[in-house]
Design a protein around this ligand. Structure first.
Ligand code: SAM
Length: 325
């Protein structure tokens, strides 16, 4: 079976938020003062997640990314990973993390079935890291090195390009990735939640970032696709691939292949719109597999054609950490 939406897009990828809590407070994501999170009883249990992902897999989804919040804060995450890794049809299980807790978890994550990870890191300056995130850089670098030592591959470093904040560091970050064999990806800020809207004043069009890097490195085209929205180039005579994810300057909605499941079991067919369908209560009321799959198919039929981050930047009020970034 295949999940095809009304714009003929094939949905094969679920991003799953396993917690809306985070150990960092990146100013563009989660406001510093935020204290209220989903009560634990409203978060999907591992059994509920397993059932939902199995339903998606039967509908043709093959890729799942665990995200959040910070997924490594969820207790016994390898237990969930093992369950998901066993689901027939799920061939790609990955994780987005800030890496602060990765030092002690990289090996168990790998053993449970994670092959590759994305690490969000916007700066290599300890002071700047604290200003952006409220946390400490040291554990993040330790976590990255532990992931590398554990053989997780590829490791992709996701850098939010922030004018006036980290735009003096892109070369250094590229050299860091070159040294360690990491793939580097730049992302444009999106007006998601109040934090995302505050970050708009630091928005940087990635065409500028590419020009900046092209002045320093010999960039050639790359055949790397990554299965997502990034467009890649490569530094000549090296293995350094640099990706550009441009939701604002050159959006990729026409090729969107993903949906998001929030920590409370709400299905969001588009990050940039408020359309959603709550599934948790239905699971708890004993919905049949057939009805569950029908609801998923119907919700995906209503997947909006595109986000409206430019036209209606005020529109998405939920936090990135709840929907699953
Ligand atoms: N804690 C994990 C991490 O750090 O990767 C996963 C969750 S985090 C919300 C996932 C990604 O969302 C990060 O790469 C972060 O940079 C990105 N993100 C958060 N707010 C954003 C915004 N307003 N615009 C663009 N990306 C954002």
């Amino acid at each position: 079976m295949e999940l095809i939406d009304s714009f003929d897009r094939k949905i094969e990828y679920v991003r799953l938020s396993v917690t809306d809590r985070c150990n960092l407070r990146c100013f563009y994501c989660l406001p510093r003062g935020k204290r209220s999170f989903q009560p634990r009883e409203d978060c999907l249990s591992y059994e509920e997640i397993e059932r939902l992902i199995a339903a998606f897999a039967e509908l043709g989804v093959s890729r799942v990314r665990l995200t959040g919040g910070e997924p490594l804060l969820r207790k016994d995450l390898p237990v969930l990973i093992r369950k998901l890794d066993r689901i027939p049809g799920i061939t790609d299980l990955s994780l987005s993390t800030n890496a602060a807790l990765l030092k002690d978890t990289a090996v168990s994550l790998r053993d449970a079935g994670v092959r590759r990870i994305n690490v969000s890191l916007d700066t290599l300056s300890p002071g700047k890291f604290t200003r952006i995130t409220g946390g400490q850089l040291g554990p993040v670098l330790d976590g990255l090195m532990a992931a590398k030592a554990a053989g997780l591959s590829p490791i992709k470093l996701n850098v939010l390009a922030l004018r006036g904040i980290n735009d003096d560091e892109f070369e250094d970050i590229a050299l860091f990735c070159l040294e360690h064999g990491f793939t580097l990806r730049f992302i444009e800020t999106m007006p998601v939640g109040s934090g995302g809207r505050k970050a708009a004043e630091h928005y940087l069009d990635l065409r500028e970032v590419e020009d900046l890097l092209a002045a320093r490195f010999d960039l050639v085209s790359s055949d790397m696709t990554g299965g997502g929205p990034a467009r890649y180039v490569r530094v000549r005579d090296s293995n350094l691939h640099i990706g550009f994810i441009t939701p604002i300057s050159r959006h990729f909605c026409a090729n969107c292949n993903r949906v998001r499941l929030s920590v409370d079991g709400t299905l969001y067919p588009c990050l940039g719109q408020e359309h959603h369908h709550p599934l948790r209560q239905l699971l708890r009321e004993g919905i049949s597999d057939a009805t569950l799959k029908n609801i998923i198919v119907e919700t995906i039929q209503r997947k909006p054609q595109k986000h409206e981050f430019r036209e209606k930047p005020w529109q998405v009020i939920r936090f990135m950490s709840a929907t699953g970034g």
